[in-house]
Design a protein around this ligand. Structure first.
Ligand SMILES: NC(=O)c1ccc[n+]([C@@H]2O[C@H](COP(=O)([O-])OP(=O)(O)OC[C@H]3O[C@@H](n4cnc5c(N)ncnc54)[C@H](OP(=O)(O)O)[C@@H]3O)[C@@H](O)[C@H]2O)c1
Length: 370
């Protein structure tokens, strides 16, 4: 039985992963050791594995890490940078599975999303590759939604507008959005129930509270509630792109192993939802396909894709972050040919970025190894 170390399991991606692994009884087939960078020595008492409460190990104990067959980390780039290279230099030959972005660019790593690249994963395993990294969340969700258009070589280019939930930035950020909701709600509840106060006056009051010095915005720097932030991650040097936007083209082409780069660009936007990312794709196809053709190609790509009919009721009920949160389903809708060009389509998609966008590809990679 393989010994697997879990690092970053307390975070959002990690806790979604562990819940799903418990549900799917994945722990029956492994010897699991749980680590923490901050709480080692403590015992986990809110869940048990094989009827045992586990004591946390130090995530920087290289001797302990060296003994593991597999390390699965959802801790973040900083941890990966501090541990991965040193462990490999020490001669550790185990498998490293990671949710963070920094190893995705390495030659020795493979980006994993098995409904898209299972064949490649198996080939690379046979070749002795031992470092497997999940995609960026929006890239995973895009490939789960419209990967079949890529696989059928139908795409000339894509422009993407994203609508990304607060949880995509980490647990501190999600908590801050909830605090922002509470701050506004507490302060305006008396106005809302007073019918003599004009709604525009209430809107002015909200703006005032958003700008007061006690408004919780330590992590986002600005209010996200009642607003949005059209900037995610740092700026890429000598370009006008953010890193989140840059990943779209790089990671998609790496995972698809494209001979000729498919141009992909976009604008990534943080919006005040808690969970699940939405994306609007403008796609130039290299063929004049009908809407029905495109629907069928997408529908037949994997069992999680659900086509949402292009009408008001279905769209407002099923093409929303809340309709997919906590589920593996990827909803794809508003599929339409654009007036501007017979080969151009626009498509809207939503998916849970903590599941297919982060933890599920890692869980499935671990299952392949064990
Ligand atoms: N969030 C997403 O949607 C998403 C999607 C794709 C990829 N990723 C990547 O996955 C990695 C982890 O992201 P994440 O969003 O899961 O990060 P996160 O929720 O911020 O958790 C990361 C770590 O922070 C520590 N932590 C400190 N205080 C905590 C608290 N109150 N609750 C929970 N954990 C706390 C925990 O480590 P210790 O136990 O060691 O203290 C935890 O493992 C990052 O590299 C991220 O870029 C995230």
């Amino acid at each position: 039985m393989k010994t697997v170390g879990f690092i970053g399991w307390r975070g959002m991606v990690g806790s979604v992963l562990i819940k799903r692994m418990i549900k799917k009884k994945d722990f029956d087939n492994i010897n699991a050791i749980f680590f923490s960078t901050s709480q080692y020595g403590e015992t986990i008492n809110h869940f048990s594995i094989k009827n045992k409460f586990l004591t946390l190990e130090n995530a920087y104990d290289f001797k302990k890490l060296y003994e593991l067959d597999i390390i699965l980390t959802c801790q973040g780039s900083e941890y990966t940078n501090k541990v991965y290279f040193k462990l490999r230099q020490m001669g550790w030959k185990g498998y490293w599975i990671d949710a963070a972005s920094n190893l995705r660019t390495l030659k020795e790593s493979l980006i994993v999303l098995d409904p898209i690249n299972l064949k490649d994963i198996k080939q690379k395993l046979n070749l002795g590759i031992k470092t497997f990294v999940g995609c960026n969340c929006t890239v995973s969700l895009m490939l789960m939604a419209i990967g079949s258009l890529f696989k059928n070589n139908l795409i000339d280019w894509i422009f993407i507008s994203t609508y990304q939930a607060a949880s995509g930035a980490g647990s501190k950020f999600m908590k801050e959005l909830i605090l922002q909701m509470g701050y506004i709600s507490q302060n305006i509840s008396s106005f809302i129930n007073n019918s003599s106060i004009n709604i525009i006056d209430i809107e002015r009051q909200i703006s005032k509270y958003m700008n007061d010095p006690y408004f919780p915005k330590k992590n986002f720097h600005v209010p996200l509630i009642n607003s949005l932030i059209p900037w995610i991650d740092k700026k890429i040097k000598n370009t006008n792109q953010t890193k989140e936007e840059w990943k779209g083209q790089f990671e998609t082409n790496k995972i698809l192993n494209t001979k000729k780069i498919i141009p992909i660009d976009g604008t990534c936007v943080r919006i005040p939802t808690l969970r699940s990312h939405s994306q609007s794709f403008t796609i130039k196809l290299n063929k004049n396909l009908s809407v029905n053709n495109v629907n069928n190609i997408i529908l037949n790509s994997n069992k999680w894709v659900k086509i949402i009919p292009n009408n008001f009721d279905d769209t407002i009920n099923y093409l929303t972050p809340s309709s997919v949160s906590g589920k593996l389903n990827i909803h794809v809708g508003r599929i339409k040919k654009l007036n501007i060009d017979k080969n151009c389509f626009s498509i809207f998609s939503v998916g849970d970025q903590l599941l297919w966008g982060a933890s599920e590809p890692l869980r499935r990679m671990l299952k392949l190894l064990i």
